[in-house]
Design a protein around this ligand. Structure first.
Ligand code: ATP
Ligand code: MG
Length: 651
């Protein structure tokens, strides 16, 4: 395998195309071989306490050392007991002796404004806001809401909370007034940090107006701190404080609050693909250790990298891999405020070219949207600075994976397809880019310390290649600790399917090489005439035909087959829908998977319903396919019109 070039396709296994790590990349990587990975994996398996204890001492500065690595009383885990630390100190202060003048945050606003914030400046900004929050009465353990655009102050706000032991709860800036109200009330936030607005698609998202509408219905919120982002005048109400005023008089130093390992760090509401969002609670030390370590393992960070994770700080990916992970690794994290299509469809590629981005981490939904608009846009730009690509959020169709690799990565960059969840805090399954041969569509192997189990209906482990429910057999440091305010929901959702095992909610199979293939949510895995089909695989078959941009496949109750397959399909630019195309798509699925996967119905659509984080909401499509009205929660849906159009109850 060592001699193979990145263009060669190896017959690594019985299944799929295999790409070894590109030799140029591999030479300089932190972890360079599967053997090294396997040794780490074995170390973690043989003595988890010794493994995590050593990692915790390496990754963090501890004010007080911990005396116990793990206290595991299923379903409750506590990590690094007796220790005290501070995540903000680990992300900033620790680096000042060596990296004070290094750019911590490189920011570009949608209008094109650029800011470079060094570690020294970021530290001072964070301390000022931390002192400002204290002056408003925020104390250790108080909850602070953050509803900001994707500007550096969003990171400053999170870090300031962590510095004083306040618990942040970030609400994605694209969410509505109702969503803010619901989340702030659930969290009992004392202070809410917002901005007058943020730039998106050339317009201003009215954040302050949304907060104003919610404020009378958020009794716990005592103060609203308002950042001036646009030049529009701001009307300050009785509870409002101008951000600039609040920080201007504050000292640029602030002693960090040394908190217990298990002190709550943040509450983050899940994206709501499957139902009502859950307030996922993460605590300090376990989260910090795990996120710091996985950032280096998965992204193979080097001192001169310009790292860009395109996620908004409103999602867990933004928490772990825009803010905390990169900063704990003294990296340069690039933040971009606006839409990928403003002013033109090449904005991302333009950003990469101008800022010489070296690592790009984005979502399959974005990649499919870029594929749909055509190769000419990325091809206009010199993106040779890129050396590593990543994806997260949904299964990536092999077709999109190949496009990402060839058109964006120039065939030269390894791809890390990272499987994880809000609840897992950090990446659990991913290639190590210098070590793991990749297969398009597979998240590959579990990271050291992560133990996967795929169980069948009978609760027994299924043989390789067979689908089942995905569980995690042992706790890891960044496992959520509870659902905020609803401890029963924690037990019920994650630990009641099989007592003692964490249930992911995903369906998956593990192939003969030990590679993970996520089939979709268990609710999305359909049973057709006795065969279990992963919707992700049927969707990938449709996309691989070449003319389909995106596909979502769901089951509809059927008297004969039990379940019939309905495919919702959007087409690439310039492709016309026709009955003939439907027949050709069906034939293609039969060729790729077999007659069992042939869609019973194909419906062309302009767009698919998605969460605001860009995930296809199949539970809504199931209702559409079955012709019933949706009764579930739709507050996280991106565009209600999409749903209306699919149902045909508009116009
Ligand atoms: P909710 O839990 O509220 O229904 P959600 O599950 O979409 O929302 P997240 O925590 O953001 O909220 O998403 C985690 C889920 O995303 C995983 O369980 C999985 O289904 C999917 N996912 C994430 N990354 C990948 C990946 N690389 N491959 C396949 N699926 C992925
Ligand atoms: Mg989930």
């Amino acid at each position: 395998m060592a001699e193979a070039t990145s263009h060669e396709i190896l017959s690594f296994s019985h299944e799929g195309r295999v790409f070894p790590p590109p030799p140029e990349f591999q030479k300089k990587a932190h972890i360079r071989s599967l053997e090294e990975y396997r040794a780490l994996y074995a170390e973690a398996a043989n003595d988890p306490d010794a493994f995590w204890g050593a990692r915790a001492r390496e990754e963090l500065y501890w004010k007080t050392p911990f005396h116990t690595v793990l206290d595991w009383k299923p379903p409750h885990a506590q990590w690094f007991l007796g220790g005290t630390t501070n995540l903000c100190y680990n992300a900033l202060d620790r680096h000042l002796p060596k990296y004070a003048e290094k750019t911590a945050i490189l920011f570009e606003g949608e209008p094109g404004d650029v800011r470079k914030i060094t570690y020294r400046q970021l530290h001072a900004d964070v301390c000022r806001l931390a002192n400002g929050l204290k002056s408003l009465g925020v104390k250790k353990g108080d909850r602070v809401g953050i509803y900001l655009p994707m500007v550096p102050e969003a990171a400053v706000a999170m870090l300031a909370c962590a510095r004083i032991g306040a618990v942040h709860s970030v609400v994605f800036g694209g969410f509505s007034s109702e969503a803010v109200r619901e989340r702030m009330n659930d969290a009992g936030a004392k202070v809410l940090l917002t901005a007058d607005g943020g730039w998106r698609k050339g317009g201003v998202v009215p954040l302050k107006a949304n907060v104003d509408a919610a404020l009378p219905h958020m009794p716990s919120v005592e103060k609203v701190v308002v950042l001036q982002r646009t030049k529009n005048p701001i009307q300050l109400g009785p509870k409002d404080v101008a951000w600039e005023k609040l920080v201007e008089a504050q000292s640029p130093t602030c002693e960090p609050e040394w908190v217990d390992s298990e002190h709550p760090l943040f509450i983050l509401y899940t994206s709501g693909s499957t139902g009502k969002p859950k307030g996922v609670l993460h605590t300090t030390a376990g989260y910090a250790v795990y996120v710091s370590l996985t950032t280096r393992w998965v992204f193979d960070l080097k001192d001169d990298d310009v790292y860009w994770c395109t996620a908004d700080v409103g999602w867990v990916t933004g928490h772990s891999y825009v803010v905390y992970g990169p900063l704990m690794n003294h990296a340069t994290s690039f933040l971009y405020e606006g839409a990928p299509t403003t002013p033109g469809p090449d904005r991302f590629w333009d950003n990469i070219e101008r800022h010489k981005v070296t690592i790009l981490y984005t979502a399959p939904t974005a990649i499919r949207a870029f594929m749909r608009t055509g190769d000419e846009h990325p091809k206009k730009h010199d993106m040779r600075s890129l050396r590593l690509l990543g994806t997260v959020g949904e299964p990536i169709n092999p077709e999109a994976w190949m496009w990402y690799r060839d058109v964006i990565g120039g065939g030269r960059c390894p791809i890390v397809d990272t499987w994880w969840q809000t609840e897992t805090g950090g990446i659990l399954v991913s290639p190590l880019p210098g070590a793991t041969p990749t297969k398009p569509g597979s998240a590959t192997l579990p990271l050291p310390g992560i133990f996967l189990k795929v169980l069948g209906k009978d609760g027994k482990e299924v043989p390789p290649g067979q689908g089942g429910k995905l569980f995690l057999a042992k706790p890891w440091p960044a496992l959520l600790r509870t659902v905020y305010g609803d401890p029963e929901r924690y037990v019920k959702t994650y630990f009641s399917e099989v007592p003692g095992l964490y249930f992911t909610g995903d369906g998956a199979r593990i192939d003969a090489d030990g590679y993970l293939w996520v089939m979709g949510r268990v609710d999305d895995v359909v049973n057709v005439a006795g065969h279990r089909l992963g919707t992700a695989e049927v969707e990938s078959a449709l996309v691989s035909e070449g003319r389909v941009a995106e596909a979502a496949v769901v089951g509809r109750p059927d008297e004969l087959k039990g379940t019939a397959l309905v495919a919702f399909v959007t087409l690439k630019k310039g492709v016309e829908s026709s009955a003939e195309l439907k027949a050709q798509l069906s034939a293609h699925v039969i060729k790729e998977i077999g007659a069992i996967a042939r869609p019973d119905e194909i419906r062309f659509a302009d767009a698919l319903p998605k969460t605001r984080s860009g995930k296809i909401m199949r539970r809504l499509l199931r209702d559409v396919a079955a012709g019933v009205r949706t009764t579930g929660d739709t507050t996280t849906l991106e565009d209600l019109n999409v749903l209306a159009k699919l149902r045909g109850d508009e116009e």
